[in-house]
Write a protein that binds this ligand. Structure first.
Ligand SMILES: Cc1cc2nc3c(=O)[nH]c(=O)nc-3n(C[C@H](O)[C@H](O)[C@H](O)COP(=O)(O)OP(=O)(O)OC[C@H]3O[C@@H](n4cnc5c(N)ncnc54)[C@H](O)[C@@H]3O)c2cc1C
Length: 452
């Protein structure tokens, strides 16, 4: 049994295709999600399908694999069973070997209220929610007069200056500077304010200072305000407050995106509890050097939920999944011995904007266009499915060469950002009533516009 259809889970299942085993993949979504490109769904570059192919289709030719939708809620290590829940009820699935790759979720460091105000980027739902908030904010800004409310609608705060935050801030800036200006008549989207904040003192803190400095300079050239050493202390529908060396600072902003911190799936704590293992501060379960759960050589924990001392990146999950599959194959073939898991670091990449990225591969540190080409090639290579690669490449050509954003559809749930923007409108417009009462004349037919 393999739990999770992310990088660890899917690559483990695929690596078992020639092994003499029956594999059951249990996952709570029907797709394999390519998280590194979620920010492009959120900013209208890619469609959800391009970054989230259906797992069942990906595995259709792998006859030893069965895909089942379900939320894994329990694991009985003694009976060797996994309990999963779905609308069809509970299901108990027995296993001989188990690979758990349930990943991680956004961490708000205890401020769960922030989740409602500043969605993260962990799922397709998140990406569509953020997409709805960003484009919804521009739509609302177009219909309100010049003033504080318009400024607030045109201010975007991204919390967390790791790769996701940098990519997100860079793309919102490109939207405002390149993609949208000609489409709005009343607002000048180039006057949008994009603020990237982080408690750390550098962007891309895991990268060498030369690369992190290059990324920061590129962001500033795009017009992004980079506010470092500034932890977020509070937030509401209308603003974000950070603390800096000079005191606290409140940034009026309708749209907030959270890209700071992750915590492991609760399944890590459950397994730790059942096996008497420990969990670290990020909720990851301690594993043996062969990625097995202490005392349970038949159970492997891979990817973001395993405390291995390795970073929470796709390559760690992919290599961990493949490694676990190899050990299972050896075990069923009665081959002796297990070597410890050895991670091969293939480097780190982060893109800032079109034609600009930073790459750190071994001793090589590259910035600018060459790094961006490398980023492009690597992401295309790891996208699942030929069709997805071709359509992604076409969307990138449209966006990066032409400048337009083709994937901007939002549903009625998302168009105003379900919660935050609706409440901003209710509260903001009633509090700053003047802004709304002073209705804007429709320049085309001369009738006063309807109040929101
Ligand atoms: C926005 C973003 C950008 C990123 N960018 C990069 C990048 O540029 N480069 C990079 O290397 N890494 C990046 N990462 C990190 C990388 O995506 C993760 O390290 C990787 O996905 C971890 O793989 P995993 O298999 O452990 O978990 P995931 O890929 O998260 O997969 C977890 C799976 O488990 C399923 N699941 C969870 N709980 C349950 C349950 N109880 N029952 C059943 N199924 C369950 C989920 O539905 C999912 O299918 C990024 C992450 C994010 C969120």
């Amino acid at each position: 049994v393999v739990v999770g259809s992310g990088f660890g889970g899917l690559f483990a299942v695929r690596a078992l295709r020639r092994a003499p085993v029956d594999v059951t993949l249990l996952a709570r979504t029907t797709q394999h999600l390519f998280q590194p490109l979620l920010y492009q769904v959120a900013t209208g570059i890619l469609s959800p399908g391009e970054v989230a192919p259906v797992t069942r289709e990906v595995l259709q030719r792998q006859h030893n694999a069965t895909v089942l939708l379900g939320d894994v809620v329990d694991v009985d290590l003694d009976r060797r069973t996994v309990v999963s829940q779905s609308l069809a009820g509970a299901l108990v699935t027995p296993y001989d070997h188990l690979v758990v790759a349930a990943g991680s979720s956004q961490s708000y460091f205890g401020d769960e209220e922030f989740a409602r105000l500043a969605p993260g980027l962990k799922s397709i739902d998140d990406a569509l929610e953020v997409r709805g908030r960003i484009f919804g904010a521009f739509e609302l800004a177009e219909r309100v007069p010049v003033g504080a409310l318009r400024d607030r609608l045109m201010t975007f705060v991204v919390v967390g200056a790791g790769p996701t935050g940098v990519e997100m801030a860079g793309q919102i800036a490109e939207l405002a500077q390149r993609a949208l200006p000609r489409q709005f008549r009343r607002i000048d989207t180039r006057r949008s304010r994009i603020v990237l904040v982080d408690a750390a003192h550098a962007v891309l803190p895991g990268m060498p200072s030369r690369l992190s400095g290059a990324a920061e300079r590129r962001l500033r050239r795009l017009g992004v305000e980079v506010l470092l050493g500034a932890p977020v202390v509070s937030m509401d529908e209308r603003s974000v407050t950070v603390v800096t060396g000079a005191g606290s600072r409140t940034i009026p902003a309708a749209t907030k995106v959270w890209a700071a911190g992750v915590s492991a799936s609760p399944l890590a704590a459950l397994l730790a509890d059942r096996a008497g293992a420990s969990v670290d501060a990020a909720g990851r379960v301690a594993v043996e050097p062969d990625l097995s759960l202490p005392g349970h050589p038949e159970v492997f924990v891979v990817g973001d939920m395993a405390a291995t001392g390795l970073p929470g990146v796709a390559q760690v999950a992919i290599q961990g999944g493949r490694y676990a599959a190899e050990q299972i194959d050896r075990s069923v073939r009665c081959l002796p011995g297990r070597r410890p898991f050895h991670y091969r670091d293939k480097g780190t990449l982060a893109t800032v904007s079109r034609f600009s990225a930073v790459a750190w591969v071994g001793r090589l540190q590259v910035t600018g266009f060459v790094a961006w080409l490398l980023w492009l090639a690597v992401h295309l290579f790891y996208l699942i499915g030929f069709k997805n690669r071709v359509s992604t490449l076409m969307h990138w050509a449209v966006t990066f060469v032409g400048g337009s954003r083709a994937e901007r559809a939002v549903t009625s749930q998302q168009v105003l950002g379900r919660v935050a923007l609706q409440r901003l409108e209710e509260r903001g417009l009633s509090v700053d009533g003047v802004e709304n009462v002073e209705s804007v004349d429709d320049p085309r037919d001369g009738r006063p516009a309807q109040p929101a």
